[in-house]
Design a protein around this ligand. Structure first.
Ligand SMILES: [Zn+2]
Ligand SMILES: [Zn+2]
Length: 241
């Protein structure tokens, strides 16, 4: 769906998103979107509540059911999602992150020891297949195969999973898709939703979680114009400068 802008009294000018009329008024009404293999919708797919979903599922001629969507800005969309998403009452995400962090710290240390990766500050991208190339004075280049974990914007303080963007190849998204599948299965908002308010610590936590679900040598981040892209490095080759 093409996106228009919407002027919101609360958030200013934002992206137009579409939700069923029960979500803006409700709490704990559930949050449903298109099946996860339909990503064309971008970071804010049309969403509806559990009652609307029952209507969609139960109608004999499901194709005939039309939901009445209302337009809200992307900031309101995320606030309604927070209010209506099933609560993580058992602290599933927090304990997943705690476990993932522990292992992640260890893995990062191994990566640092093995390649002195902390001393590499120049980045470039090699194409076909796409690889991250790290350079440092008087050191062999490191050519790394990677998985894209996501990106953090310092401008908006938000996290974005790469499966909601169009510029990655499927082979770079395997780790992020594992995380999303886990999030879908356990109804964890931050793992299953494309875009949400975040800190840089949250970003590293998502790297740790991805590394706990997908084999890798460790995480790495690359700066870009408005923040950082986070990767999982899956293998590294040393090349003579
Ligand atoms: Zn509804
Ligand atoms: Zn708004």
């Amino acid at each position: 769906m093409s996106r228009d802008g919407v002027d919101c009294g609360k958030h200013g000018y934002g992206e137009a998103t579409y939700v069923c009329p029960h979500l803006p008024r409700g709490k704990g009404r559930g949050w449903f979107t298109q099946p996860s293999d339909e990503d064309a919708a971008g970071p804010w797919p049309d969403a509806w509540c559990a009652d609307c979903d029952r209507r969609l599922q139960s109608d004999d001629e499901a194709a005939e059911v039309e939901l009445d969507f209302v337009v809200v800005c992307d900031g309101c969309y995320e606030a309604h999602r927070e209010a209506n998403w099933p609560k993580d009452v058992t602290g599933h995400l927090a304990s997943l992150i705690a476990r993932a962090r522990e292992r992640h710290t260890e893995r990062q240390q191994q990566l640092a020891d093995k390649y002195q990766i902390e001393s590499y500050h120049e980045y470039s991208w090699q194409q076909d297949p796409r690889r991250l190339v790290l350079s440092a004075p008087r050191k062999p280049r490191l050519v790394a195969a990677f998985q894209m974990v996501g990106s953090y914007s310092q401008k908006t303080n938000t996290w974005l999973w790469p499966w909601a963007q169009t510029h990655y190849t499927e082979s770079e998204l395997e780790a992020a898709r594992c995380v999303r599948a886990y999030g879908d299965e356990h109804k964890l908002l931050r793992l299953a939703s494309a875009h949400w308010p975040a800190t840089e610590q949250d970003a590293w936590d998502m790297v740790a979680v991805a590394a706990s679900l997908y084999p890798s040598e460790g995480g790495f981040r690359v700066p870009h114009a408005t923040g950082f892209s986070y990767l999982l490095i899956t293998s590294v080759q040393r090349r003579k400068a």
